[in-house]
Ligand binder design. Structure first.
Ligand code: HBI
Ligand code: FE
Length: 291
Protein backbone atom coordinates (compact mmCIF):
# COMPACT_ATOMS: atom_id res chain seq x y z
CA UNK A 1 0.00 0.00 0.00
CA UNK A 2 1.43 3.44 -0.88
CA UNK A 3 2.35 5.64 2.06
CA UNK A 4 0.76 8.70 0.47
CA UNK A 5 -2.94 8.60 -0.32
CA UNK A 6 -3.35 8.31 -4.06
CA UNK A 7 -6.23 10.25 -5.59
CA UNK A 8 -9.56 8.42 -5.29
CA UNK A 9 -10.87 6.74 -8.45
CA UNK A 10 -13.37 8.60 -10.67
CA UNK A 11 -16.80 8.78 -9.04
CA UNK A 12 -15.40 8.29 -5.52
CA UNK A 13 -15.42 11.01 -2.87
CA UNK A 14 -12.12 12.31 -1.32
CA UNK A 15 -12.51 9.68 1.45
CA UNK A 16 -12.79 7.03 -1.30
CA UNK A 17 -16.43 6.26 -0.49
CA UNK A 18 -18.94 5.63 -3.28
CA UNK A 19 -22.72 5.24 -3.25
CA UNK A 20 -23.57 1.56 -2.64
CA UNK A 21 -26.19 1.68 -5.38
CA UNK A 22 -28.11 -1.17 -3.76
CA UNK A 23 -30.90 -1.05 -6.33
CA UNK A 24 -28.36 -1.68 -9.14
CA UNK A 25 -27.33 -5.15 -7.97
CA UNK A 26 -28.56 -7.82 -10.38
CA UNK A 27 -30.52 -10.93 -9.43
CA UNK A 28 -27.39 -12.98 -10.24
CA UNK A 29 -25.35 -10.88 -7.78
CA UNK A 30 -27.98 -11.29 -5.06
CA UNK A 31 -27.92 -15.03 -5.76
CA UNK A 32 -24.14 -15.17 -5.18
CA UNK A 33 -24.71 -13.59 -1.75
CA UNK A 34 -27.50 -16.06 -0.93
CA UNK A 35 -25.37 -19.05 -2.00
CA UNK A 36 -22.41 -17.90 0.10
CA UNK A 37 -24.60 -16.92 3.05
CA UNK A 38 -26.45 -20.22 3.17
CA UNK A 39 -23.20 -22.23 2.98
CA UNK A 40 -21.69 -20.33 5.89
CA UNK A 41 -24.89 -20.15 7.96
CA UNK A 42 -25.08 -23.96 7.85
CA UNK A 43 -21.42 -24.38 8.82
CA UNK A 44 -20.77 -21.72 11.46
CA UNK A 45 -22.89 -22.66 14.51
CA UNK A 46 -20.37 -24.40 16.78
CA UNK A 47 -17.48 -22.78 14.86
CA UNK A 48 -18.05 -19.00 14.94
CA UNK A 49 -18.01 -17.22 18.30
CA UNK A 50 -21.27 -16.11 19.95
CA UNK A 51 -20.75 -12.36 19.32
CA UNK A 52 -20.47 -13.12 15.58
CA UNK A 53 -23.61 -15.27 15.47
CA UNK A 54 -25.51 -12.71 17.56
CA UNK A 55 -24.41 -9.92 15.20
CA UNK A 56 -25.51 -11.89 12.15
CA UNK A 57 -29.00 -12.14 13.65
CA UNK A 58 -29.10 -8.57 14.99
CA UNK A 59 -28.38 -7.19 11.52
CA UNK A 60 -30.83 -9.58 9.92
CA UNK A 61 -28.20 -10.43 7.29
CA UNK A 62 -30.05 -13.60 6.38
CA UNK A 63 -32.32 -11.56 4.13
CA UNK A 64 -32.42 -13.04 0.67
CA UNK A 65 -29.64 -11.07 -0.98
CA UNK A 66 -26.99 -8.39 -0.68
CA UNK A 67 -27.81 -6.16 2.33
CA UNK A 68 -28.69 -2.50 1.81
CA UNK A 69 -26.19 -0.51 3.92
CA UNK A 70 -28.88 2.11 4.62
CA UNK A 71 -30.92 -0.62 6.32
CA UNK A 72 -28.17 -2.33 8.35
CA UNK A 73 -26.64 1.01 9.38
CA UNK A 74 -29.72 1.99 11.40
CA UNK A 75 -29.29 -1.03 13.68
CA UNK A 76 -25.47 -0.94 13.65
CA UNK A 77 -25.40 2.76 14.60
CA UNK A 78 -27.85 2.09 17.42
CA UNK A 79 -25.80 -0.83 18.76
CA UNK A 80 -22.23 0.54 18.64
CA UNK A 81 -22.14 3.80 16.67
CA UNK A 82 -20.55 2.17 13.60
CA UNK A 83 -21.68 2.55 10.02
CA UNK A 84 -20.70 0.62 6.90
CA UNK A 85 -19.60 2.77 3.96
CA UNK A 86 -19.13 1.52 0.38
CA UNK A 87 -15.72 1.75 -1.31
CA UNK A 88 -14.63 0.50 -4.76
CA UNK A 89 -12.04 -1.89 -3.24
CA UNK A 90 -8.83 -1.64 -1.19
CA UNK A 91 -8.15 1.94 -0.14
CA UNK A 92 -4.82 3.53 0.90
CA UNK A 93 -3.80 2.69 4.47
CA UNK A 94 -4.28 6.11 5.99
CA UNK A 95 -7.72 6.44 4.35
CA UNK A 96 -8.57 3.03 5.80
CA UNK A 97 -7.37 3.96 9.28
CA UNK A 98 -9.18 7.28 9.21
CA UNK A 99 -12.47 5.49 8.51
CA UNK A 100 -11.89 2.98 11.35
CA UNK A 101 -10.86 5.76 13.75
CA UNK A 102 -14.24 7.39 13.01
CA UNK A 103 -16.27 4.16 13.37
CA UNK A 104 -16.85 3.82 9.64
CA UNK A 105 -16.14 0.36 8.16
CA UNK A 106 -15.17 0.56 4.46
CA UNK A 107 -16.80 -2.35 2.63
CA UNK A 108 -16.25 -3.35 -0.96
CA UNK A 109 -19.27 -2.39 -3.09
CA UNK A 110 -18.80 -5.32 -5.54
CA UNK A 111 -19.51 -9.01 -5.12
CA UNK A 112 -17.39 -11.87 -6.50
CA UNK A 113 -18.47 -13.75 -9.64
CA UNK A 114 -20.06 -17.21 -9.37
CA UNK A 115 -16.81 -18.86 -10.55
CA UNK A 116 -14.94 -17.13 -7.67
CA UNK A 117 -17.13 -18.54 -4.90
CA UNK A 118 -14.30 -20.21 -3.04
CA UNK A 119 -11.47 -17.74 -3.26
CA UNK A 120 -10.68 -14.20 -4.21
CA UNK A 121 -7.75 -11.97 -3.31
CA UNK A 122 -9.50 -8.60 -2.94
CA UNK A 123 -12.15 -8.20 -0.20
CA UNK A 124 -15.63 -8.12 -1.77
CA UNK A 125 -18.91 -7.20 -0.09
CA UNK A 126 -19.39 -10.74 1.19
CA UNK A 127 -15.97 -10.83 2.89
CA UNK A 128 -16.47 -7.34 4.31
CA UNK A 129 -20.13 -7.34 5.31
CA UNK A 130 -20.69 -11.01 6.20
CA UNK A 131 -17.13 -11.42 7.56
CA UNK A 132 -16.41 -8.18 9.38
CA UNK A 133 -19.65 -6.34 10.14
CA UNK A 134 -21.39 -8.77 12.56
CA UNK A 135 -18.47 -8.43 15.02
CA UNK A 136 -18.92 -4.63 14.95
CA UNK A 137 -22.22 -5.13 16.83
CA UNK A 138 -20.18 -6.22 19.85
CA UNK A 139 -19.31 -3.14 21.97
CA UNK A 140 -15.86 -4.45 23.01
CA UNK A 141 -14.84 -5.41 19.48
CA UNK A 142 -16.29 -2.13 18.19
CA UNK A 143 -13.96 -0.27 20.58
CA UNK A 144 -11.03 -2.46 19.49
CA UNK A 145 -11.58 -1.66 15.80
CA UNK A 146 -11.65 2.07 16.54
CA UNK A 147 -8.50 1.76 18.69
CA UNK A 148 -6.89 -0.14 15.80
CA UNK A 149 -7.75 2.70 13.41
CA UNK A 150 -6.17 5.26 15.73
CA UNK A 151 -3.12 3.02 16.18
CA UNK A 152 -2.84 2.65 12.42
CA UNK A 153 -2.69 6.40 11.95
CA UNK A 154 0.20 6.51 14.43
CA UNK A 155 1.97 3.49 12.93
CA UNK A 156 1.96 5.10 9.47
CA UNK A 157 3.67 8.13 11.00
CA UNK A 158 6.25 5.96 12.80
CA UNK A 159 6.94 3.69 9.83
CA UNK A 160 5.77 0.60 11.76
CA UNK A 161 2.80 -0.19 9.54
CA UNK A 162 3.97 -3.71 8.65
CA UNK A 163 4.00 -4.69 12.35
CA UNK A 164 0.55 -3.21 12.90
CA UNK A 165 -0.85 -4.86 9.77
CA UNK A 166 0.17 -8.19 11.32
CA UNK A 167 -1.91 -7.38 14.41
CA UNK A 168 -4.93 -6.76 12.15
CA UNK A 169 -4.24 -9.90 10.16
CA UNK A 170 -3.90 -12.25 13.15
CA UNK A 171 -6.90 -10.79 15.01
CA UNK A 172 -9.51 -9.04 12.87
CA UNK A 173 -8.92 -11.27 9.84
CA UNK A 174 -7.75 -14.64 11.21
CA UNK A 175 -8.33 -14.55 14.95
CA UNK A 176 -9.50 -17.46 17.12
CA UNK A 177 -10.79 -17.19 20.68
CA UNK A 178 -10.91 -19.57 23.63
CA UNK A 179 -14.40 -20.35 25.01
CA UNK A 180 -15.68 -22.87 27.58
CA UNK A 181 -16.92 -24.92 24.59
CA UNK A 182 -13.53 -24.88 22.80
CA UNK A 183 -11.87 -22.65 20.21
CA UNK A 184 -14.17 -20.39 18.21
CA UNK A 185 -13.61 -18.14 15.17
CA UNK A 186 -13.92 -14.35 15.25
CA UNK A 187 -11.64 -13.48 12.27
CA UNK A 188 -13.47 -12.27 9.15
CA UNK A 189 -11.09 -13.93 6.72
CA UNK A 190 -11.91 -17.32 8.26
CA UNK A 191 -15.62 -16.87 8.89
CA UNK A 192 -16.28 -15.74 5.31
CA UNK A 193 -14.48 -18.78 3.87
CA UNK A 194 -16.09 -22.22 3.92
CA UNK A 195 -12.83 -24.15 3.60
CA UNK A 196 -10.89 -22.05 6.10
CA UNK A 197 -13.76 -22.17 8.63
CA UNK A 198 -13.03 -25.91 8.72
CA UNK A 199 -9.22 -25.81 8.35
CA UNK A 200 -8.64 -23.18 11.05
CA UNK A 201 -10.34 -25.26 13.77
CA UNK A 202 -9.99 -28.88 12.67
CA UNK A 203 -6.86 -29.34 10.56
CA UNK A 204 -3.71 -30.68 12.35
CA UNK A 205 -1.48 -28.67 10.00
CA UNK A 206 -1.39 -25.11 11.45
CA UNK A 207 0.01 -24.03 14.81
CA UNK A 208 -2.57 -22.60 17.21
CA UNK A 209 -0.80 -20.40 19.77
CA UNK A 210 -1.84 -18.10 22.61
CA UNK A 211 -2.13 -14.43 21.51
CA UNK A 212 0.78 -12.21 22.54
CA UNK A 213 0.93 -8.71 21.07
CA UNK A 214 4.68 -8.52 20.43
CA UNK A 215 4.85 -12.12 19.17
CA UNK A 216 2.02 -11.44 16.68
CA UNK A 217 3.65 -8.23 15.46
CA UNK A 218 6.88 -10.14 14.75
CA UNK A 219 5.15 -12.92 12.79
CA UNK A 220 4.71 -12.77 9.00
CA UNK A 221 1.43 -13.99 7.53
CA UNK A 222 0.15 -15.64 4.34
CA UNK A 223 -1.96 -13.59 1.93
CA UNK A 224 -2.29 -16.34 -0.68
CA UNK A 225 -3.39 -19.38 1.30
CA UNK A 226 -4.57 -20.72 4.66
CA UNK A 227 -2.58 -19.40 7.62
CA UNK A 228 0.26 -21.55 9.00
CA UNK A 229 -0.39 -20.19 12.47
CA UNK A 230 -3.54 -18.92 14.23
CA UNK A 231 -3.39 -16.90 17.44
CA UNK A 232 -5.94 -17.50 20.21
CA UNK A 233 -7.23 -14.74 22.51
CA UNK A 234 -8.77 -15.52 25.92
CA UNK A 235 -11.50 -12.93 25.29
CA UNK A 236 -12.32 -9.83 23.23
CA UNK A 237 -11.89 -7.78 26.41
CA UNK A 238 -8.29 -9.01 26.69
CA UNK A 239 -7.60 -7.98 23.10
CA UNK A 240 -9.01 -4.50 23.72
CA UNK A 241 -7.23 -4.07 27.08
CA UNK A 242 -3.84 -5.13 25.68
CA UNK A 243 -4.18 -2.78 22.70
CA UNK A 244 -5.39 0.19 24.71
CA UNK A 245 -2.96 -0.29 27.64
CA UNK A 246 0.20 -0.85 25.60
CA UNK A 247 2.67 1.98 25.17
CA UNK A 248 3.48 1.37 21.52
CA UNK A 249 6.58 3.63 21.42
CA UNK A 250 8.94 1.25 23.33
CA UNK A 251 7.23 -1.71 21.65
CA UNK A 252 7.96 -0.25 18.20
CA UNK A 253 11.55 0.35 19.37
CA UNK A 254 11.95 -3.34 20.27
CA UNK A 255 10.26 -4.42 17.03
CA UNK A 256 12.69 -2.31 14.99
CA UNK A 257 15.53 -4.36 16.46
CA UNK A 258 13.80 -7.77 16.64
CA UNK A 259 14.00 -10.33 13.87
CA UNK A 260 10.73 -11.72 12.47
CA UNK A 261 9.63 -15.05 13.90
CA UNK A 262 9.60 -17.69 11.12
CA UNK A 263 5.94 -18.23 10.18
CA UNK A 264 5.82 -21.92 11.18
CA UNK A 265 7.97 -21.60 14.33
CA UNK A 266 6.83 -22.44 17.88
CA UNK A 267 8.82 -20.38 20.39
CA UNK A 268 9.63 -21.59 23.95
CA UNK A 269 7.49 -18.74 25.36
CA UNK A 270 4.45 -19.67 23.22
CA UNK A 271 1.29 -21.03 24.85
CA UNK A 272 0.65 -24.01 22.55
CA UNK A 273 -2.93 -25.11 21.79
CA UNK A 274 -1.84 -27.08 18.69
CA UNK A 275 1.70 -27.83 17.60
CA UNK A 276 0.91 -28.11 13.89
CA UNK A 277 2.35 -30.61 11.43
CA UNK A 278 2.56 -27.93 8.65
CA UNK A 279 1.68 -30.82 6.32
CA UNK A 280 -0.74 -28.64 4.30
CA UNK A 281 1.79 -25.86 3.67
CA UNK A 282 4.64 -28.31 2.98
CA UNK A 283 2.45 -30.21 0.51
CA UNK A 284 2.07 -26.95 -1.42
CA UNK A 285 -1.23 -25.69 -0.01
CA UNK A 286 -3.97 -24.48 -2.35
CA UNK A 287 -1.79 -24.31 -5.42
CA UNK A 288 0.29 -27.46 -4.86
CA UNK A 289 3.51 -25.41 -4.84
CA UNK A 290 5.60 -25.99 -1.70
CA UNK A 291 5.54 -23.13 0.85
N1 HBI B 1 -8.92 -1.17 2.33
N2 HBI B 1 -11.15 -1.43 1.70
C1 HBI B 1 -10.08 -1.84 2.43
N3 HBI B 1 -10.21 -2.92 3.22
C2 HBI B 1 -9.17 -3.38 3.97
O1 HBI B 1 -9.30 -4.38 4.70
C3 HBI B 1 -7.93 -2.70 3.90
C4 HBI B 1 -7.84 -1.57 3.08
N4 HBI B 1 -6.68 -0.89 2.99
C5 HBI B 1 -5.52 -1.23 3.79
C6 HBI B 1 -5.69 -2.47 4.57
N5 HBI B 1 -6.85 -3.13 4.64
C7 HBI B 1 -4.52 -3.04 5.32
O2 HBI B 1 -3.34 -2.68 4.65
C8 HBI B 1 -4.46 -2.47 6.75
O3 HBI B 1 -5.08 -3.41 7.55
C9 HBI B 1 -3.06 -2.35 7.23
FE1 FE C 1 -10.98 -8.11 5.72
Amino acid sequence: MSAHAAAPPPGARPDWTVPQGWDRYTAAEHQVWVTLYERQAALLPGRACDPFLKGLDALDLHRAGIPDFARINEELMRLTGWTVVAVPGLVPDEVFFDHLANRRFPAGQFIRRPEQLDYLQEPDIFHDVFGHVPMLTDPVFADYMQAYGRGGQRAVGLGRLENLARLYWYTVEFGLMETPKGLRIYGAGIVSSRSESIFALDDPSPNRLGFDLERVMRTPYRIDDFQQVYFVIPSLQHLLDVTVNTDFAPLYGRLARAADVPIAAVEPSDKVFTRGTQAYAEAGGRTGKAA
